[in-house]
Structure formats: structure tokens, C-alpha cells
Ligand binder design. Structure first.
Ligand SMILES: O=C(O)c1ccccc1N[C@@H]1O[C@H](COP(=O)(O)O)[C@@H](O)[C@H]1O
Length: 270
């Protein structure tokens, strides 16, 4: 038996984007709010409307944000009904903890770890254990460019930089950063890691002319990235064995409902 990996596509702005993602076989769709100056920024009503549209197609809506104020995050998460929240910036572990304490277990918490190119490593490396203990369900490894850009960089991570980080990750992770159907073979070692749960893509999910999500583009990503992993691995969000000891740990698998459970329950395909 083998497992199916997740495909998240990021930055939907219209119901048509959501429909394209669902039709092409994505599992999760990223919706922005609180990304200042971002070209795909949604207002709170737009976020809630597209989250509902995503749920109605069976997609898991993921709210992607740079916001760091716990009260604002909690209020928006409740109003929008996001399945997961992706903290895509340099929010400290205390923000994760505040969200974990305030939100139901059904809301998954994704913390992005930014990896700089050229062997410079992960910006948040000293905080990884603290993020896990604060309640992070899933890490997301993405590029931070030399000039400080984060999110939708279209820039790939070096497999060696990623694999150097993996022994320190006490939670499952998604991979991002300039991923395409063609560069899947460059990440064999990453895909084989027991914590790997799938990929997150913006640039390569889009029609080059219109800039909207493209069904052929997303379907090609799904074919390349979402297929079988090693036998017996599920999509659970529980702890991953790591070489790095950490003081305490959060309790075992949380009881949860709805969208997060849907991801946890995605059965391995043969
Ligand atoms: O999708 C975006 O444009 C975006 C903007 C701000 C924060 C996060 C964003 N998305 C993340 O960008 C990467 C994938 O981008 P790419 O494939 O390298 O272009 C992924 O982490 C998305 O969640």
C-alpha cells in the first residue's frame, strides 16, 4: 500500500480559481488575507466567501497570512471558517500558542519555515522545537530570497538545504518554492522522508497568459507530485520522530472534526 500526497495551490481570488483547483485534483487552496500589498489579497468577506466555495467543492481552504496579532487572527479565522491557517511570515511561537488555545482542534496550524539560498539555512531554525510545542500541526518549507522576499517567489530550494533541515522537524511538512512537474525528480530524498505530506505551489499552478489557476497546470502538478509515497504512510498530522530532543511536547493526536480530519483520513491509495 502507498500513500497519496497533498497538493495545495495558493492564491485563489475567484470562484473560477476554486473550481479549477478542485477540477484539476488539488486538495487544498490557499486564500490570502493580511498579505499587505499582495496582488491576491482578499478582504474578510472575500476570504469567507471563497472559503465556503472551497468547502463546497471538497477542497480544504487554507488562510494564508502575514498577520501576527492573535486577536485579529482568531477573529478572522472564526469569521472566515478557514480549515487551516498558514502563518507565512515571521510570527513568533507565542502566536501559534495563542491560536492553538483559542481555536478548535479542527483548525490546523501551518507554520512556514523560510529557507535562504546558498546554504544559509532556515531563518527560524532555533525556534522549530518551540513552534512544535506551541501547537504547529504542519510545517511548510519555502524560499526566502537574498533580498528578503517571501511567498510566491518561484525560487526553488536546494534539496541539500532541505534535507539538512529535515532531522530537526518534529512535525510533518509540506514543501514549496518554485515547484513544477519537471523538478519533482530533484527532490527524491525529500519526498521519501517520513514527514513529507505534499507540496504547495503558486507560480506553476497558473495559466501563463491569464494568471488565473489553470486546470492543465494543476493537473500536471497533481500527476507529478501527489502520487504514491512509501508503503504504509498516511497523511496524519501527529509527531514525526526527530533526532533533536525538546523539552515536553504537545499531547498526542488531537481529536478533531471536519476539514482537518478529512486530510488526516485521506486513505493511502494503492
Ligand atoms: O501565493 C503567494 O503569492 C503568496 C504570497 C504571500 C505569501 C505566501 C504565498 N504563497 C506561498 O508561496 C509559495 C509557493 O510559491 P511559488 O510556487 O514558489 O510561486 C507557497 O509557500 C505558498 O503558500
Amino acid at each position: 500500500m502507498s500513500s497519496r500526497h497533498l497538493l495545495k495551490v495558493c492564491g485563489a481570488t475567484t470562484p473560477q480559481d476554486v473550481e479549477a483547483a478542485a477540477a484539476a485534483g488539488a486538495d487544498c487552496v490557499g486564500l490570502w488575507h493580511g498579505v499587505p500589498g499582495g496582488p491576491r489579497e482578499l478582504d474578510p468577506d472575500g476570504l469567507a466567501a471563497l472559503a465556503a466555495a472551497a468547502r463546497s467543492t471538497g477542497l480544504l481552504p487554507v488562510w494564508v497570512t502575514f498577520l501576527a496579532d492573535p486577536a485579529a487572527l482568531v477573529a478572522t479565522a472564526r469569521a472566515a471558517g478557514a480549515g487551516w491557517i498558514q502563518l507565512h511570515a515571521y510570527q513568533p511561537p507565542a502566536v501559534v500558542r495563542a491560536l492553538r488555545e483559542a481555536l478548535p482542534a479542527s483548525v490546523g496550524l501551518v507554520k512556514v519555515l523560510h529557507v535562504a539560498p546558498g546554504g544559509a539555512g532556515c531563518v527560524e531554525r532555533p525556534l522549530i522545537g518551540a513552534y512544535a510545542r506551541a501547537g504547529t500541526d504542519l510545517f511548510l518549507l519555502d524560499t526566502a530570497t537574498e533580498d528578503g522576499r517571501i511567498g510566491s517567489t518561484g525560487r526553488t530550494l536546494d534539496q541539500a538545504d532541505v534535507t539538512a533541515l529535515l532531522p530537526r522537524l518534529p512535525r510533518p511538512f509540506l514543501l514549496a518554492g518554485g515547484l513544477t512537474p519537471a523538478n519533482r525528480p530533484a527532490y527524491e530524498e525529500v519526498v521519501a522522508h517520513p514527514g513529507f505530506r505534499g507540496v504547495d505551489v503558486d507560480t506553476a499552478a497558473r495559466d501563463r497568459v491569464t494568471g488565473a489557476f489553470g486546470v492543465p497546470e494543476i493537473a500536471a502538478l497533481a500527476r507529478a507530485w501527489r502520487h504514491a509515497g512509501p508503503a504504509g504512510r498516511g497523511l496524519g498530522l501527529g509527531p514525526v520522530p526527530v533526532a533533536v530532543p525538546g523539552p515536553g511536547s504537545r499531547p498526542g493526536p488531537r481529536s478533531d472534526t471536519s476539514q482537518t480530519r478529512r486530510i488526516r483520513e485521506m486513505e493511502p491509495s494503492s
